[in-house]
Design a protein around this ligand. Structure first.
Ligand SMILES: [Cu+2]
Length: 67
């Protein structure tokens, strides 16, 4: 699956790295592409990843999923 999420609070490449590494740690996630300017995070995975899982990974990194 491939899904795009909007993440709030990312301001620099360090934020991007933190979000990327938390999401990459989710089993099944094969790629994470973050657009710092828009806050769009594209998650590619070999299985279905639900929003709750993405939300807790983002939260773990210290950021927030937009509505
Ligand atoms: Cu930052």
């Amino acid at each position: 699956m491939i899904a795009t999420y909007k993440v709030l609070g990312m301001t620099c490449s360090h934020c991007v790295a933190a979000v990327t590494s938390e999401l990459m740690a989710v089993p099944g996630v094969s790629n994470v592409d973050v657009n710092l300017e828009t806050g769009d995070v594209v998650v590619t995975a070999t299985r279905d990843i639900n929003r709750e899982t993405v939300n807790s990974a983002i939260d773990e990194a210290g950021y927030e999923l937009a509505e």
